[in-house]
Design a protein around this ligand. Structure first.
Ligand SMILES: Nc1ncnc2c1ncn2[C@@H]1O[C@H](COP(=O)(O)OP(=O)(O)OP(=O)(O)O)[C@@H](O)[C@H]1O
Length: 244
């Protein structure tokens, strides 16, 4: 079967600064790919190119076999900065992306996704009445409610405390088991990648390339304390120039 996303020899420079140095990648339908790499290597730039928000200097991105040169309606991005509208309630935020017909009862659909991410009872709350973790849940629900085929996640949980971060990982995996999405996740957290991804790509310093690939075939839920994960974590950290 053809890949859902095909990234072919992508290069990107900003003026004289080469940022992406030639990246090729195939992502299968329903696959979860995590990308780790040194700070400033070009992870976000690569993600923006794949999501269609940035144009490559060379190369192309195909989604379902079609070359894309702009944001892809089949995908949705969740970034570390957040995009919840402060003047809308949780329910209104979730309904915001449901443009056009074909969604059925939009408020019921919004409430369904609010419940799915654990926000039942907060549908009428405004963002300023929620905690940081709850805001991230709104963000996630807002992305999922439009039933995207692809989720592009750039450090989505990095602003959360460690405990909430762990909760959100588990939550996301539970939702992904229910609703199959293709996911590309950028993270600086190797354990987060090991916990969730089917495949982990380690990027090189700028201009970035894929330096190493790790398949993670272990089923969920994963216990990262197991030797095989510790071993893989050490290998990935070694690729990143960190020895523990
Ligand atoms: N729009 C832009 N114009 C000019 N330079 C840019 C632009 N976007 C990114 N860069 C540069 O590209 C390089 C890579 O940035 P990018 O944000 O892609 O890296 P990153 O790996 O995601 O970083 P971090 O690990 O800090 O999140 C940086 O040197 C940055 O200054």
């Amino acid at each position: 079967m053809d890949a859902k996303i095909v990234v072919k020899e992508i290069k990107k420079s900003f003026k004289d600064l080469p940022v992406v140095g030639g990246v090729s990648l195939d992502v299968r339908d329903g696959e979860f790919v995590a990308i780790v790499g040194p700070s400033g290597c070009g992870k976000s730039t690569l993600m923006k190119i794949i999501a269609g928000f940035e144009q490559p200097t060379e190369g192309e991105v195909r989604i379902d076999g079609m070359v894309r040169r702009g944001p892809n309606p089949k995908g949705i991005s969740i970034s570390q900065h957040g995009s919840v509208f402060p003047w809308l309630t949780v329910q209104q935020n979730l309904m915001f992306g449901l443009t056009g017909d074909g969604h059925g009862d939009k408020s019921a659909l919004a409430d369904h996704y609010a419940e799915m991410v654990g926000l039942k009872g907060f549908e009428s709350s405004y963002p300023h009445e929620l905690s940081g973790g709850m805001l991230k849940r709104v963000e996630l629900a807002r992305a999922l409610v439009v039933k995207p085929e692809i989720l592009y996640m750039d450090e989505p949980f990095s602003a959360l405390d460690a405990l909430m971060n762990l909760k959100m990982r588990t939550e996301l995996l539970r939702i992904l088991a229910e609703e199959r999405h293709t996911v590309i996740l950028i993270t600086h957290d190797v354990e987060e990648a090991l916990f969730m991804a089917d495949r982990i790509l380690v990027l090189s310093p700028r201009p970035t390339r894929i330096q190493a690939t790790f398949e993670v075939p272990q089923p969920h839920p994963r216990k990262l304390s197991q030797p095989q994960f510790q071993e893989m974590k050490e290998q990935i950290l070694r690729e990143l120039g960190v020895t523990i």
